[in-house]
Write a protein that binds this ligand. Structure first.
Ligand SMILES: NC(=O)c1ccc[n+]([C@@H]2O[C@H](COP(=O)([O-])OP(=O)(O)OC[C@H]3O[C@@H](n4cnc5c(N)ncnc54)[C@H](O)[C@@H]3O)[C@@H](O)[C@H]2O)c1
Length: 381
């Protein structure tokens, strides 16, 4: 997982992908060349836990249609094929690549298969929606991002939370100044989780928080340190704690675990003006904004007459204002993400969760892994 930058730098997140020059012969990569109204032909690789959610959302979209599914496990394939004879079922990727009606492919397989599968799909001229994290190293991630850009293909990496209405609200509150300057991000993402055979808990769960942070913060962290412990198998960390130092005094902490008795999904974001909590377990009031904080008091402290507590109180003023819970829409994040993907395939625009977002996440993950191996020593990002 050494940092190897073999490829030219890639363009910024907001860039628009140039449309390829029109070709008289239709091919899977020609999706942007002619005005079209037919649904985008989709193939899905991986029909385990997450793949069927992608299939459901593509099928629910008026602008897309799942034409084929591939899974190495025939039993998994049979379970998605039931009830829809129009979906071609394949045990090898070639089955999807040989189908000219498939213009874009979603990959929902284990992380250690992402690079090879995505490379083959991009080389075939198809657009890709790939699960998080995009790949298992910075080098692999850079190769995929460069390949998509060179070929003018849409690459969306499924960092689902970037499309979650609560996270959108978090960004809005930060961008419109409601929270003030960001001071502190503290996330807990723990439950009795599925122990993954190919990755540790850091690579499994932390991509969610790291993608949120990458979207919220204008700059990447300066360094990361990670500690963790393995409680099963061959030394794979099942609990990990990440600390990220950013330019200025903003700090982020991410706690991920597969070894907790209950599911906790909470983020605290504190700013100079207000603080907020996003608790994904809440059905209503997922986001609460607190008009609370501290300010340095201008009052002089008295050490002769008062106690140390009095002295402390004189130096720090606590603002204990109201809490309000803004309305959070109930839209399914994955449905919005699928819509963004189809729209970007059609227009050539860059999706919100794009190759650069994915690279930012993998850069932190790889450095966090280095830190984990060094017992938590800070590693520059
Ligand atoms: N965005 C999210 O919130 C979210 C949530 C869960 C999982 N994921 C991601 O989805 C991906 C899959 O996770 P999962 O939990 O569904 O795993 P899973 O093990 O349940 O399913 C993976 C499927 O891929 C198939 N497969 C493996 N290698 C293959 C290959 N080379 N060709 C064809 N099929 C192959 C397996 O047979 C299996 O059915 C992972 O990258 C994971 O990180 C994302």
């Amino acid at each position: 997982m050494a940092k190897t930058n073999l490829l030219p730098p890639t363009s910024g997140a907001a860039a628009t992908i140039a449309r390829p020059v029109a070709s008289p012969v239709a091919s899977p990569g020609d999706t942007r060349q002619t005005p079209r109204t037919a649904p985008l032909g989709i193939g899905v690789v991986g029909a385990g836990y997450w793949g069927p959610k992608l299939i459901r959302n593509f099928q629910a979209s008026a602008d897309a249609c799942v034409r084929g599914v591939c899974d190495r496990d025939p039993a998994r394939l049979a379970s998605v094929g039931q009830g829809d004879p129009t979906i071609g079922l394949h045990t090898e990727l070639e089955g999807l690549l040989d189908d000219p009606s498939i213009e874009a492919i979603a990959i929902a397989t284990p992380v250690d298969t992402h690079f090879e599968l995505a490379k083959r799909v991009l080389m075939s001229g198809r657009h890709v929606l790939i699960e998080k994290p995009i790949a298992a190293s910075i080098e692999e991630a850079e190769t995929l991002v460069a390949l998509a850009e060179e070929r003018g293909l849409t690459l969306l990496v499924d960092h689902t939370f970037l499309y979650h209405p609560a996270v959108e609200k978090m960004k809005e509150l930060l961008d419109d100044g409601t929270l003030g300057a960001p001071l502190h991000f503290d996330s807990v993402r723990i439950n009795l989780g599925l122990f993954q055979p190919d990755i540790n808990v850091l690579w499994d769960l932390a991509p969610h928080d790291l993608s949120i942070l990458s979207w919220l913060m204008p700059e990447p962290p300066v360094s990361v340190s990670a500690t963790g412990a393995s409680h099963w198998g061959k030394g794979t960390a099942s609990v990990a704690y990440l600390s990220l130092a950013y330019p200025g005094n903003f700090i982020a902490h991410v706690h991920v675990s597969w070894l907790a008795p209950v599911k906790v999904r909470s983020v605290i974001l504190s700013g100079t003006k207000r603080m907020m909590i996003y608790d994904d377990n809440q059905v209503l009031e997922k986001v609460k904004v607190y008009d609370r904080g501290i300010a340095e008091s201008s009052a002089e402290s008295s050490t002769e007459s008062g106690s140390r507590d009095d002295e402390h109180r004189h130096r720090v003023d606590y603002r204990m204002g109201d809490m309000h819970a803004p309305h959070i829409a109930g839209d399914e994040a994955l449905a919005k993400e699928v819509a963004d993907f189809v729209r970007c395939v059609r227009t050539g625009e860059t999706p919100r969760s794009n190759g650069q977002t994915a690279l930012a996440v993998v850069r932190i993950l790889e450095k966090a892994q280095e830190s984990l191996m060094q017992g938590g020593a800070p590693v520059a990002v």
